[in-house]
Design a protein around this ligand. Structure first.
Ligand code: FAD
Length: 485
């Protein structure tokens, strides 16, 4: 009889785990995926819902070093070149001292990623040499084979200052780019995360950024899900796990709640802060498995087994409680008339929506004559602002940043704004000292394995590639366990 693996979650890590397992052992193993949403792709999904609204957690890019993700897409039959469009090595940073955008351009040249930073002209002349020397040192260190993990308990600002960066240089927007990229603004980012990013993006090819030419769900995640179904996986939506049931060191069941599909046409983004309310039928239990891979985001995991003190007081789970996640914000606008277009993301804009990307030239579907601009950022410090206040502030700020005439709401043909406040939408903060609390694939339960962008993996930075890397170790560990029972 085939062994049964239950995967919780149909985001990048859950889908990748299912693909790995079935590619390796379809004759010996049966895979079922349960997920609480109605769209596969987790936080990386984007789609147009029944009401015609564009739903997403935020603009996503794929970087050149995402080799596992590209491998998964290729196996699922997705042509990367058709699905993605390159931003041609360009990004832009707004510096308040110069009140203008400065472009980092590595297009066409085979330069090291750090060289992009050291060629940056957005600093006053007197700080440029200091900044570029420290960034070059950081890059050399990151790619030297040194154990970067040893630098997790210090923030990147302090790490750089220890190596001679002048304190005030940390306040320039260019220095905040890595922090913003991981949604750690306004908080500090661990030096490990910043250095690991420099290592992963060590040359122009690995640092090249791509965007999806259409909705992520249609273009990427649904075809990946169809692939794992062809391999034999069963995918069950609207199944939210609320508790693990266990005996000794074995998970024997999962308590689940079944949110009503009809009631959630607006997708996960419209569920209330704190997650979906537990429903009357939440004692419905699943127990038809030999092993479980959980890709539940840490914010949700911490709400499971609420009344089980032994669970949360055990050293393994107590440590997980130290992990904090952030509420991100996402906004898309479509203007009636074209506005100034830039290739590549703009960083350094004023919070809360500090990153903007003009998607007009990248999307296959035409959105009329205007421009399509995606914004994302973090909510911290702006919790009390109304959606309208954030939208108006951002429109004004974007126009000022790009030096163009003000954008009014009347100039827009489309506006979407989302706060990703529910715990299943939040993203792990890569703050200093965080890594010791992140678990790997193995747990104290012999048949329970963890995966997801927040778990330890060999990419380790919080992104789709990290989620997919984590699925490699979890699927190998689950198969090894099953081969022994
Ligand atoms: C605003 C924003 C921008 C981002 N930009 C980028 C980017 O540019 N590049 C990049 O690589 N990454 C980006 N990311 C990160 C990326 O989205 C995540 O790293 C990735 O989606 C993590 O995949 P995952 O499978 O680990 O988790 P998730 O995508 O969160 O998937 C988790 C799955 O578990 C399900 N689930 C959750 N709780 C339960 C439960 N209790 N029971 C059952 N199912 C459950 C969910 O429905 C989902 O299917 C961004 C994230 C955000 C929020």
């Amino acid at each position: 009889m085939k062994k049964r693996i239950l995967i919780i979650g149909a985001g990048p890590s859950g889908l990748a785990a299912a693909a790995n397992i079935l590619e390796m052992a379809a004759n010996e193993v049966e895979v079922t995926i349960v997920h609480m949403g109605h769209h596969v792709g987790g936080k990386a999904a984007s789609y147009v819902n029944a009401a015609g609204e564009h739903i997403e957690h935020g603009w996503h890019m794929v970087l050149g070093f995402y080799t596992r993700m590209r491998g998964l897409l290729a196996r699922a039959g997705i042509s990367f070149d058709r699905a993605f469009s390159s931003m041609r090595g360009q990004s832009h940073v707004y510096e308040t001292w110069s009140k203008r955008l400065h472009t980092i351009d590595a297009s066409g040249s085979k330069v090291a990623f750090a060289a992009r930073f050291s060629q940056y002209d957005g600093l006053p002349f007197g700080d440029r040499a200091n900044y570029s020397r420290v960034m070059a040192d950081a890059f050399l260190f990151a790619t030297s084979g040194a154990n970067l993990l040893e630098h997790d308990d210090i923030c990147f600002d302090a790490w750089a200052q220890e190596r001679g960066l002048r304190e005030h240089v940390t306040r320039y927007a260019i220095f905040r780019v890595l922090r913003e990229g991981y949604f750690n603004f306004p908080e500090r980012i661990s030096a490990y995360h910043a250095l690991q990013t420099l290592r992963l993006m060590s040359d122009t090819q690995k640092a090249e950024a791509f965007v999806c030419r259409g909705e992520w769900s249609e273009t990427v995640w649904k075809p990946v899900a169809a692939y794992v179904e062809r391999l034999g996986a069963k995918i069950i939506p609207y199944t939210m796990v609320t508790d693990f049931i266990y005996e000794g060191r074995r998970i024997t069941g999962l308590r689940v709640s079944r949110p009503d599909p009809e009631g959630h046409h607006h997708g996960a983004s419209s569920w209330p802060k704190g997650g979906i309310p537990r429903e009357a039928n939440s004692d419905h239990a699943l127990s038809t498995f030999d092993s479980v891979i959980s890709t539940i985001p840490v914010g949700v995991l911490c709400t499971l087994n609420q009344t089980d003190q032994a669970w949360w007081q055990s050293p393994f789970f107590a440590r997980i409680k130290n992990l904090r996640s952030a509420t991100t914000l996402a906004m898309r606008i479509i203007t009636k008339e074209p506005v100034r277009q830039l290739m590549g993301p703009v960083f350094g804009m004023r919070a809360p929506l500090g990153i903007a990307t003009d998607m007009t030239g990248h999307l296959t579907e035409k959105h009329g004559p205007g421009s399509v601009i995606d914004f994302c950022g973090q909510e911290a410090g702006f919790e009390s602002w109304s959606d309208d206040a954030i939208v108006d502030f951002t429109l004004e700020n974007y126009a000022r940043t790009l030096g163009m005439k003000p954008i009014a709401r009347a100039d827009l043909s489309w506006l979407e704004f989302h706060r990703n406040a529910s715990n299943h939408e939040q993203l792990l903060l890569c703050e200093p000292g965080v890594n010791v609390f992140r678990p790997g694939a193995k747990t104290p339960f012999h048949n329970l394995f963890f995966a997801g962008d927040w778990t330890r993996n060999d990419v380790d930075v919080v992104c789709m590639e990290g989620a997919i890397a984590s699925a490699d170790s979890a699927s190998r560990a689950a198969l090894a366990y099953l081969s022994q029972i």
